[in-house]
Design a protein around this ligand. Structure first.
Ligand code: C2E
Ligand code: CA
Ligand code: CA
Length: 401
């Protein structure tokens, strides 16, 4: 009849330690991490290793939920100091899920499962944080599982469709190309947005085959579109971090270009900073090779993450996409205007073309044009639409002869 808390702890990115520094250092780090956990908790608490980089802490005799929170914060704080291993200083952070008995369960298995669910939430919040279990988390967890279940075989059942959103050069009232955006129509779940299913596809690894489908569809459509309008439209395709771990990625893209007889410069691959932050050499290699092939590289969602200038210099980007969140604020919000202005000036001075995403109003179009933004994309011009619709829509912008 005591109030107890279960803390489910997962070390963030521990796999990276093993991959880059080797298992021996990984083992030493685990031992040091375990020591640190033991130092922070109270005498009456228990620390156990569940396996891999997962630990469980059992806190007993709590008077308030508050106590669990304090201990979770102490744990995160303790990890702010770097570990010293073999003369190296290593930083390691934790994600913590918290389930409290009796509110979140009465038996070990329920509490563990719910603490695990809460830990997932802490990861989703950006790691290095804690999360208390709530009933709503279970709902979103179940939804995730359902999506995962339905996604198996979805490709074979032809449930995916690629939509296209045009990109405009407003100076000439001209469409320069489109971005391919994936849609999923599932009989059981209805239409599910990519923001919801792409993370699941990443997690299961299905993104590799789904991503190949997108490349194939987008390129064969591009061929048709280019021939029909006799224009060098280009096609932007999004690539997830996980797709870079596929050793065949480059060959696949190269073969797809050959099969459709499309020039490499007509293909643009959009990646986010997250891809570069993985810091693995295979990613650098892949980017260098893509560049050598002549394929264009776009930095997506610029302004939301670290917005690192050194990444822009270090890798051969051709295009910078200003994130929708900045565009939303203009022209009303002066900071957003100034930041957009700075991003455009900075990007262009590095030789990049700038695309503004999520352009919805005439005011945004006007201001961005004044700022010299190269290309615009957004609902103001068109939502992402099926292939045939894009053909009809873009025909209106052909020079009349
Ligand atoms: P993203 O790459 O940043 O794509 C832009 C998103 O903004 C799209 O959402 C698009 O429909 C939406 N959007 C475009 N214009 C406007 C506008 O004016 N207003 C508003 N409110 N939204 C606008 P969507 O299609 O739901 O895609 C969401 C995300 O899913 C994409 O973000 C991208 O990260 C990912 N995604 C989509 N298709 C693929 C794919 O084939 N492969 C991978 N790896 N990721 C994809
Ligand atoms: Ca994109
Ligand atoms: Ca984007």
């Amino acid at each position: 009849h005591e109030k107890i808390a279960i803390l489910f702890l997962d070390l963030d990115d521990f796999k990276k330690v093993n991959d880059t520094l080797g298992h021996e250092i990984g083992d030493k780090l685990l031992i040091e991490a375990a020591n640190k956990l033991n130092q922070v908790v109270r005498k009456e608490d228990t620390v156990g290793r569940l396996g891999g980089d997962e630990f469980i802490v059992l806190l007993r005799g709590l008077s308030h939920d508050h106590n669990a929170l304090t201990i979770a914060e102490n744990l995160l704080n303790a990890f702010r100091k770097p570990f010293r291993i073999d003369g190296r200083e290593l930083m390691l952070t934790l994600s913590i899920g918290i389930a409290i008995s009796p509110d979140n369960g009465n038996c070990a298995s329920d509490l563990l499962r719910n603490a695990d669910t809460a830990m997932y939430q802490a990861k989703a919040l950006g790691r290095n944080t804690y999360s208390f279990y709530t009933k709503e988390m279970n709902v979103s967890m179940l939804r995730r599982l359902e999506i995962e279940e339905q996604m198996h075989g979805a490709l074979e059942r032809n449930e995916f469709e690629v939509y296209y959103q045009p990109q405009f050069d407003v100076r000439y009232n001209n469409i320069i190309g489109a971005e391919a955006l994936l849609r999923w129509h599932n009989p059981a779940l209805g239409n599910i947005g990519p923001d919801e299913f792409i993370p699941v596809a990443e997690h299961t690894g299905l993104i590799v085959s789904i991503g190949q489908f997108v490349v194939k569809q987008a390129l064969s459509f591009l061929k048709e579109w280019q021939s029909l309008h006799q224009k060098q439209y280009r096609m932007a395709v999004n690539l997830s971090p996980r797709q870079f771990r596929d050793a065949e990625l480059l060959d696949f893209i190269q073969n797809s270009l050959n099969d459709t007889n499309i020039e490499a410069v007509s293909l643009e691959l959009e990646i986010t900073e997250g891809v570069l932050m993985i810091g693995q050499s295979y990613i650098d290699d892949a980017l260098v090779k893509l560049n050598k092939l002549g394929i264009k590289l776009a930095m997506d969602d610029f302004g939301t993450g670290y917005s690192s200038l050194s990444y822009l210099r270090q890798y051969s980007f051709d295009v910078l996409k200003i994130d929708r969140s900045f565009i939303q604020g203009i022209p009303k919000n002066t900071e957003d205007c100034e930041l957009s202005n700075a991003i455009i000036a900075m990007g262009q001075s590095l030789g990049l073309k700038i695309v503004a995403e999520g352009v919805e109003t005439k005011e945004q179009v006007d201001l961005l044009s004044t700022l010299g933004c190269d290309y615009l994309q957004g609902y103001f011009f068109s939502k992402p639409v099926p292939a045939m619709q894009l053909i009809d829509f873009s025909a209106k912008y052909l020079p009349s002869n």
